[in-house]
Design a protein around this ligand. Structure first.
Ligand code: ADP
Length: 449
């Protein structure tokens, strides 16, 4: 909407600047601009009026209310210069003037060059209906402009108010700055504290790691010494123990001098103790070898059916006359796996032996099943089972589950079996339910890696 001007006036002499300023404020108030905005637009207007009066000798001033395309309402002031602007352009003397209004610039309106400024009116459209605008037009037309002195006094008052405002804003700014500085100091202190704490923690962690490294080096050395000791001792023990067994056998031989019944019993005791000792020594030697990494698997494509068949044969011979059934299932074909046949057979024999040793009724079963990229070989029994709290410990050296089901042995079989399976790139796991039985699972990758 761009109706008839609310007010129009001529700017020709110095005094008109005051009048333009005063009327500008009146119009601004009439259309609902706030006090501060009234002062702003009046000030901008008087600055532009002064420039035009001095530059081109005056202008005609029109106050109009317009609606822009986005539905917003503006108070617009057009100043049509009485003579052409130099170069057709206008730059306010003071650059700050443009900031007092929303727009300020030179436009061409119906062939005429006009200096135009505008400020948004916050009022709702209804508040400035065409009737109301007509009313305002009539009022403004009637009211007589005041004198230059009056306008000067008003201007002074406005200046004082503006200065007050500036001062209170400056105070507020100073207060905010002070607050900001305090906050900054606080943040900085906190930051330093955190950095210090972090550094200290880091130092602690570094020290801890160093200690850990040292401890694990010590542990490695200790473990190596233990392995070396076990290997040496068991190796050294093997010859004398074998000699004791041989000698005891000689003593008990029917070709030797006859022994009394008591002597015979004692020689028998010597022989069986020496045999136990030899088993222990051999197992220790095996374990020490596996631990020191001196066992080098002999990798080959191994047919599980052959391994199973061989175990079936050798173990069946041991089982004659017992209650427990040994079942070796036929593996599903094709059943090849890349591994060391001797070591794998040793592990399975060991597990089957355990099953047969601890199971008094039911069965011991060996079976194979494909699992993702490999094989699972399961040795299960219907024996006493192993309580959960001991299921990890049975893989420790010399550990035997306490209780009535102890049947002799050294406690070295499972740790050795696990070492061998690891050497073959696999894992050995145990699941067991006391009273129902145990299952040892050897998992191997088909290609051995
Ligand atoms: P060993 O059989 O010579 O005692 P192992 O290392 O082979 O040594 O086994 C450690 C212990 O684990 C055994 O003493 C036994 O208590 C328990 N164990 C092993 N296999 C079984 C099984 N199949 N059923 C019940 N307990 C078992």
């Amino acid at each position: 909407m761009s109706g008839a001007p609310l007010l129009q006036m001529a700017l020709r002499v110095e005094q008109d600047i005051f009048v333009v300023r005063q009327r500008g404020r009146e119009v601004a108030a009439a259309v609902g601009l706030e006090h501060q905005d009234q002062v702003r637009i009046a000030t901008a207007l008087s600055e532009v009026a002064r420039d035009l009066l001095r530059g081109v000798g005056g202008a005609d001033v029109f106050f109009v209310v317009v609606d822009s395309a986005d539905g917003r309402r503006h108070l617009r002031v057009d100043l049509t210069p009485v003579a052409p602007l130099p170069g057709g352009r206008y730059e306010p003397e003071s650059g700050a003037v443009a900031r007092l209004v929303d727009t300020l610039g030179v436009v061409t309106d119906e062939g005429a060059t006009v200096v135009r400024m505008s400020r948004r009116v916050p009022l709702a459209a209804e508040a400035l209906s065409p009737e109301r605008l007509a009313q305002l037009r009539a009022q403004l037309g009637q009211s007589a402009p005041g004198t230059a002195e009056e306008e000067l006094a008003t201007q002074n008052l406005q200046l004082i108010a503006a200065l007050d405002e500036v001062r209170s804003q400056r105070d507020e700014l100073a207060r905010l700055n002070e607050e900001l500085e305090q906050t900054n100091r606080g943040v900085l202190a906190l930051y330093h504290q955190l950095t210090d704490e972090l550094e200290e923690t880091n130092r602690g962690v570094v020290a801890l790691y160093a200690e850990l490294d040292e401890k694990s080096a010590q542990l490695r050395t200790a473990s190596e010494s233990k392995t070396r000791f076990l290997a040496n001792v068991s190796h050294e023990l093997r010859a004398p123990v074998t000699a004791i067994i041989g000698l005891a056998r000689l003593l008990a031989d029917s070709a030797s001098d006859p022994l009394t019944a008591e002597q015979e019993r004692q020689v028998g005791l010597i022989r069986s103790s020496a045999s136990d000792l030899l088993t222990l020594v051999n197992e220790l030697l095996d374990l020490a070898k596996a631990e020191s990494g001196r066992i080098e698997p002999n990798w080959a494509e191994v047919d599980l059916r052959a391994v199973f068949g061989q175990l079936r044969g050798t173990l069946r011979a041991l089982r004659i006359g017992t209650e427990v059934e040994l079942v070796v299932e036929e593996p599903p074909t094709p059943a090849t796996v890349r591994t060391d046949e001797v070591l794998l057979a040793q592990v399975l024999r060991n597990l089957l032996h355990n099953g047969l040793k601890f199971t008094t009724a039911g069965e011991v079963r060996l079976r194979a099943r494909r699992q993702d990229a490999g094989w699972e070989l399961l040795v299960s029994d219907t024996g006493p089972g192993i309580p959960t709290e001991f299921q990890d410990r049975v893989f420790e050296e010399f550990y035997q589950v306490p209780g009535p089901s102890r049947v002799g042995g050294t406690g070295l079989g499972l740790p050795y079996a696990r070492r061998l399976v690891n050497l073959l790139g696999g894992t050995l796991r145990l699941t067991s339910e006391p009273g129902r039985g145990s299952t040892f699972t050897v998992s191997l990758l088909a290609d051995g890696t």
